[in-house]
Design a protein around this ligand. Structure first.
Ligand code: ATP
Length: 888
């Protein structure tokens, strides 16, 4: 049998397993000793590793106040640590997971001359030795090893095993992801052969002298070792599984400042490209670290495109960030540490997502179990039904087991998450993803009974019910939170402070109450009464707001009208019936400043609060000054050479204007469906440079979303099953939008058109299929090959769906010749036309329905969908699903 790589074989300590193996990204920092030049000019060492996981800044107390002085990672290595140590304590487990069929990548990141190549070449040597050592002791498996190597030099990809120096293209392969065209893959004979090839790569790699490093790597180098293994023939079928994976050893070029490297000419151009691609890498890491579904700009550089799977996929990853301890490099070192912090957050996110998905799954299974148990109870017992009951019992037992397993997995994931949160010092309340699971949960917080109303992505955590958390929410200041509707139907807090409402003592009193509970700003409007106010009053966290100071604030309010965005907050109490809650629903409009309130010092000096993100790690702003500097100085400064720019979401500068202030119809004491009107949509589009999923989710009809959340002890009825499915599809669609860079206008109309009506199910299917196609063939416009592939894939899929008789019926019905070759061609053409460029959505729906196995072949679309299919009024929906609608 094959040994486990994580076993004693490689002497991976328990501690190491709990970090490197459990976490998706292992992040380590290594500080090299001061070099000769630094010592000669009297440079001092600024950094000290105080234990195995923490590095602290030790000089200059004045600087300490503005930057974090201590950083914690999975491992930190001081000047006296060896590369062997770096390899053994963490990296090794990840590198060797390739032998277990798991893809992995090891990166070295850091400023120029910080020791990346020094560290990476050592790690590569140790890993190769271990891999071959392991293979030599496997008698029951056969291994095939291949090796390839590339460098990305000035944004061009080169094969390091080929001497022609040709620039290679990157292709999007629907199955493998990004592949490098025509890349040499050498079949390895043995370890020495691999070492020889690595020396060839070293010789081929672009190296140049700069002021900081005589042998500076001027390109990013990626060495890839592919390992495939299968059991020898005499082995039993169990171990006959073929394992195939690859490990990447990535030695990045170092970031540099033109002023420090004194680069000019070629070196300057190289530096410009290096910085630009590292900046993209930083952005990708930062965005991944924030979690959620925001657009990740992998395509902005060849480096991030190639590394996409290692960063956001399922591969295991180790990042070793190298830095110089010298005071002269302090700024660069801080940037490196911030990068490392963000990489750590990416890892935390992966754990959070795992917990969320597990929780949701367990909950779903529990609901299904309850439904079945209920069915079983009421099932009429007769002779005929005995076997059915038996079957159901078996099913129940199976589900119970599944639930047990999933619960265990969830608990494990949760404890890992707890561990991560402790290690990284992350505030769990600041993790915005946690709310996703609340969709399925009815839980109580701070003495408030659980709400049975779905309140958007962040309400449970940040609604009025939990003032402490609302403060954190506001602290967090992530744009995703500043949208959506929040209500306060609690009769004991009948608060109506909103545009159009009277400003009276009662509302002031209520305002005070909210203020004491730490809500930041309450906007009030007065069109009816001379005591009304036209704008926003500011109530600070510590404000003791009362009627007096509310009056004082009145004078400032007008000036603040144009700042901020409004949200409406809703809070529910389960002890009231839903109807009474509805009756008592009142809206509060809360103004949250988006930009620093310093535009008006008078205001900021009062109770206004400047909401700035405080968490240093998330604030990762790769001090871009030097990048700008070097990019600007570059002789080749005609914009990024990354291509594919039209694939990106168009970014539109933010505007801070009255447009940001939303007016809400407060006369409606029921639950408003959507608070989005055309004008606001436009404003929204103009003011966002990027779409946030939670933002989009919040635009859904709360009434509808509420239905998706089963109440406690309530079994899911078929009707509600649809809502669950709708909810799931909706999330999938949103995810795909991001992946396909779907225009904001399209997304917005989607929300306006499809609110969960069951007759819309077919449109949802079509949208999903359309997006899946787009995702798999991103270069649709330019690549005819991708289109053909999709076409063939669809026809194959279609053919597989049906029995031969069914196929015959289908072919006759569609007038397809029965001759096999012609048939294939015509069928693929037909599938293509009907699914992507159709005149009638009806036909598309038919194909889609068949593909997903929803219907019998002999049913016509009319029979399938009844008269409700394609409501006449909705030609919009038709065009929408065809992707041809022009909304402008
Ligand atoms: N931990 C270390 N201990 C001793 N010497 C080191 C260490 N790290 C790096 N060095 C030395 O520092 C010099 C620069 O290292 P290296 O070339 O690895 O830096 P780099 O980060 O790859 O730079 P660049 O990005 O410019 O390629 C080399 O001479 C190397 O031997």
């Amino acid at each position: 049998m094959m040994e486990s790589i994580s076993g004693d074989e490689f002497e991976i300590s328990n501690e190491q397993e709990s970090t490197a193996q459990d976490e998706k990204i292992f992040v380590a920092v290594r500080v090299r000793p001061l070099n000769g030049k630094e010592i000669a000019k009297g440079d001092t060492s600024d950094w000290e590793c105080v234990n195995t996981t923490t590095i602290v800044f030790k000089n200059n107390p004045s600087e300490r106040s503005t930057y974090p002085s201590a950083y914690t990672f999975d491992r930190v290595y001081g000047c006296d640590s060896s590369t062997k140590q770096v390899y053994e304590e963490g990296v090794k487990g990840i590198a060797l997971s390739v032998l277990n069929g798991i893809n992995s990548s090891i990166f070295a990141y850091g400023q120029t001359s910080s020791g990346k190549t020094y560290t990476m070449s050592g790690i590569t040597d140790y890993a190769i030795a271990d891999i071959y050592d392991y293979i030599s002791r496997q008698i029951d498996r056969e291994f095939t090893l291949k090796f390839s190597a590339i460098e990305i030099y000035n944004e061009c990809v080169r094969d390091l095993l080929s001497h022609d120096g040709a620039q290679l293209r990157l292709l999007d392969d629907p199955e493998k992801g990004i592949v490098v065209e025509k890349l040499t893959e050498a079949n390895l004979r043995d370890c020495n052969h691999l070492k020889e090839l690595i020396s060839v790569c070293e010789a081929e790699r672009q190296i140049g002298e700069t002021k900081l490093n005589e042998m500076s790597s001027r390109s990013h180098q990626i060495l890839r070792l592919m390992v495939e293994s299968s059991a020898c023939e005499y082995e039993g079928s169990d171990s006959g599984r073929t394992l195939a994976a690859s490990v990447n050893f990535v030695d990045l070029a170092g970031s540099e400042r033109a002023s420090q490297t004194l680069a000019a000419g070629t070196r300057l151009k190289e530096g410009s490209h290096i910085n630009r691609s590292l900046l993209t890498l930083g952005t990708v890491i930062r965005k991944l670290s924030k979690g959620g579904y925001s657009h990740i700009p992998y395509r902005n550089s060849k480096l991030t495109r190639i590394l996409q799977n290692s960063l956001g996929g399922n591969a295991r990853t180790a990042i070793v960030c190298t830095m110089s301890p010298a005071h002269s490099h302090v700024e660069q070192s801080r940037n490196t540490l911030l990068f490392a912090s963000c990489a750590k957050d990416v890892s935390t996110n992966a754990q959070v997502n795992l917990v969320i998905s597990d929780k949701a799954l367990v909950k779903q299974l529990q609901q299904e179990l309850a439904r079945l148990a209920n069915e079983l109870k009421t099932f009429p017992v007769s002779n005929d039904s005995t076997s059915l009951i038996k079957q159901m019992k078996l099913k129940l037992e199976k589900m119970e087991k599944e639930i047990e397993e999933l619960t265990q997995q969830r608990d494990l994931a949760e404890s890992r998450l707890d561990h991560l949160i402790r290690v990284t010092g992350t505030d769990p309340n600041s993790l915005p993803w946690m709310e996703t699971s609340d969709l399925y949960e009815n839980r109580s917080k701070d003495g408030y009974p659980a709400s049975d109303v779905y309140e958007g992505d962040s309400l449970n955590k940040y609604g009025l019910a939990d003032m402490e958390n609302s403060k954190k929410f506001l602290d967090d200041n992530s744009p995703r939170h500043f949208s959506g509707q929040y209500y306060v139907p609690d009769p004991s807090q009948e608060i109506t402070i909103s545009p159009g409402d009277s400003y009276n003592d009662q509302s002031i009193e209520k305002t005070s109450r909210i203020a004491n509970n730490n809500i930041i700003k309450v906007s009030e409007d007065s069109s009816n009464d001379n005591r009304n106010i036209d704008g926003t009053s500011s109530i600070g966290y510590n404000s003791t707001s009362n009627s007096e100071n509310s009056h004082k604030e009145d004078q400032n309010i007008e000036k603040k009208l144009c700042i901020g965005k409004s949200i409406t907050i809703k809070e529910t109490r389960v002890d009231d019936s839903y109807e009474s809650l509805k009756e008592n629903t009142k809206d509060i409009q809360i103004m949250v400043e988006q930009s620093p309130c310093s535009s008006d010092s008078e205001i900021s000096d009062s109770e206004g609060i400047c909401l700035t993100r405080s968490k240093s790690c998330n604030e990762f702003t790769m001090n871009a000054s030097y990048e700008k500097e070097i990019i600007a100085e570059s002789t080749d400064n005609n914009g990024p050479e990354t291509g594919n720019q039209d694939d990106y979401i168009q970014t539109i500068p933010k505007s801070k204007s009255e447009a940001d202030v939303k007016t809400i119809d407060q006369q409606n004491s029921g639950i408003p469906v959507m608070d989005l009107d055309e004008k606001e949509l436009e404003q929204k589009i103009n003011s966002s440079d990027e779409v946030d999923v939670s933002d989009e989710l919040s635009r859904f009809d709360p009434e509808l979303v509420k239905k998706t959340v089963p109440k406690a002890n309530e079994f899911i009825e078929p009707e509600e099953n649809w809502f669950m499915a709708f909810e799931k599809q909706r999330r999938e669609i949103i995810k795909l939008w991001h992946e396909c860079n779907t225009p904001l206008i399209h997304r917005t109309y989607f929300f306006l058109l499809f609110k969960g009506d069951k007759s819309d199910s077919v449109y949802m299917e079509v949208e999903l299929r359309r997006l899946s196609f787009l995702k798999n063939a991103p270069s649709r416009v330019t690549s005819a090959r991708a289109l053909n592939r999709e076409r063939i894939m669809l026809s194959k899929k279609l053919l597989k769906k049906f029995s031969s008789t069914q196929r015959e019926i289908l072919f006759r019905k569609w007038g397809i010749p029965l001759d096999s070759r012609q048939r294939r061609v015509q069928l693929s053409r037909l599938v293509w036309t009907k699914t992507n460029d159709i005149d009638h959505i009806k036909e598309s729906a038919e194909i889609v329905a068949k593909l997903v196995g929803m219907v019998e072949l002999n049913q016509t679309p009319k029979e399938l969908f009844g008269l409700s299919f394609l409501p006449k009024t909705d030609h919009f929906k038709t065009s929408f699903c065809r992707g041809t609608i022009s909304f402008t």
